[in-house]
Design a protein. Sequence first.
Length: 132
Amino acid sequence: MKEELTKYLSSKNLEEHISIIIDIVNSYYNKKTKPVRPEKKPIKRRGSKENLYENQFFVIVKDFHTKDKVDIWVLKLKRKIWLEKDEFSELKEFVEGYDGYYSGFSGGFIFTSMPNEKIMEEATELLENLVD
């Protein structure tokens, strides 16, 4: 196509414009194509948040730890519960006794498996004593 265009323009005595037009044509054909971005995959945002247990003090939610790629169970205090620093420390020690830990990111106490009935009953009793 470049050669045909050059011949045509030469025959019309447009030689001074030939170089400009050829540069335009070359820039068109040598244009780098922009890479097409792949469609974005939906990001799994911290699990499906299934409520598994609830009482007047806390709720236990099944969640997903995105860094470790494992399921976790989070014991979250309800908003109406307010504990002083020493009371919170007592609850934290109780949870650590059952291989749990507090996570500010999750906003609750994390367990690697579903807490059993004994843990939930003892946590409820402890919170009843702390809140009163």
